[in-house]
Ligand binder design. Structure first.
Ligand code: ATP
Ligand code: LTN
Length: 348
């Protein structure tokens, strides 16, 4: 698929016509945990400079479950500060807020009318989230269509996400292919990019379930801005097993130790062989102490940069305004193309 409407965007460093496009999104629905950082953000940062990157703060997704307006506003700026603190460089990545680019909401209606209901009812995340709500909002069912729009408006090639989002990216492919079949080649069909290690960081108090932003039980997660004392407290109480030996393993009975080792691996950047050699003959107490220190050291610079950035909301808003302008330059012409294909009379 040629990228007709997009050759250069003023202000996006090094944009070239045919560099691979990378798009990912993250909800401003609460303070990030190390699962978000290791599963998603770390790989977004690593990919900067080689590809054309778009990172979107998906506030329209956040409202698919009830949100306090004041919290949503605060969390959106906090997330922007955190992503920049974690290494997202606005000079290399288009960082923007979804609701600032109107094309997302508009295109969402167009693709909602192109998506069979059964495809949405099948989504496992919808079923799980709907079960937890007393009254389910229609937007929750439609959530994956909005996500497909996010991806497709930017002619995205790669979508780096955690394992839990794979099904949504596959649905995006189905929606794109269906549209292309009906109206002619319009959308690039994207592929999910999922890391082997870190794809699914598990809850520290329950290694059978994924670490999640919306679980506030103490001991469940480590938040990116937790203090060193809190990090030590949580890791000390992390659920392990009774085997007593330390090694990477896919055995569900060993998920707790494996999770701790993966966290250690991703924060230190060491090889698995080196890590297993380091812990050979040691006990779980030593493992936990070393993991805690690796996490504390890995998060320290992020926390320090975050504190500086969050103190300057005007600067954050300025960065986000630049990102929105760059995103509109791609998304608006794409929306026009979609409308034209579908038979709308375009405004002159
Ligand atoms: P919630 O629990 O409220 O659904 P979340 O923790 O899943 O939120 P999102 O904003 O939905 O957070 O996800 C942001 C990114 O982090 C996504 O790419 C997602 O796949 C990834 N991610 C979330 N949780 C984990 C985890 N436990 N391990 C690895 N990646 C994760
Ligand atoms: N559904 C994703 C967030 C998200 C996203 C996207 C990810 C919204 N739009 C586009 C990748 C590409 C989540 O909950 N993590």
């Amino acid at each position: 698929m040629a990228r007709s409407a997009y050759t250069t965007i003023a202000g996006v460093a090094g944009v070239a016509g045919e560099r691979a496009r990378v798009f990912s999104g993250i909800q401003p629905s609460g303070m990030l945990h190390i699962g978000n950082y290791l599963g998603a953000i770390q790989q977004w940062v690593a990919g900067q400079g080689q590809k054309t990157n778009f990172i979107c703060l998906v506030d329209l997704h956040a409202i698919t479950v009830p949100q306090e307006p004041a919290d949503l506003r605060r969390q959106t700026r906090e997330l922007a500060a955190l992503l920049i603190a974690a290494g997202i460089d606005p000079a290399q990545t288009t960082l923007f807020v979804q609701s600032h680019v109107r094309a997302h909401a508009e295109a969402c209606w167009l693709l909602t009318c192109q998506t069979p209901l059964g495809w949405l009812e099948r989504m496992t995340q919808y079923k799980a989230k709907a079960q937890r709500q007393e009254s389910v909002l229609a937007g929750l069912l439609n959530y994956p269509v909005l996500m497909a729009v996010d991806i497709l408006l930017y002619d995205t090639d790669e979508v780096p996400v955690g394992d839990d989002q794979k099904q949504h990216v596959e649905l995006t492919r189905d929606i794109a292919q269906r549209f292309n079949g009906l109206y002619g080649e319009t959308f690039v069909v994207p592929k999910p990019v999922i890391r082997e290690s870190g794809a699914r960081i598990m809850a520290l108090n329950d290694p059978t379930s994924k670490m999640s932003k919306s679980d506030f039980t103490r001991g469940h997660a480590i938040r990116v801005n937790d203090t060193p004392e809190e990090i030590r407290w949580v890791i000390k109480r992390a659920v392990t097993d009774a085997f007593g030996s330390i090694g990477f393993s896919a055995d569900p009975a060993r998920a707790g130790v494996n999770n701790l080792l993966q966290i250690y691996e991703l924060f230190t950047g060491q090889s698995r062989a080196a890590i297993e050699a380091h812990f050979a003959g040691k006990g779980y107490g030593a493992l936990k102490a070393d993991v805690a220190e690796a996490v504390i050291e890995g998060l320290r610079p992020i926390r320090e940069r975050y504190e500086r950035l969050i103190g300057d909301p005007a600067e954050l808003d300025r960065i986000l305004a630049i990102g929105a302008a760059q995103a509109r330059a791609v998304a608006d012409p794409k929306l026009r193309e979609v409308m034209e294909r579908m038979g709308f009379v375009l405004p002159a």
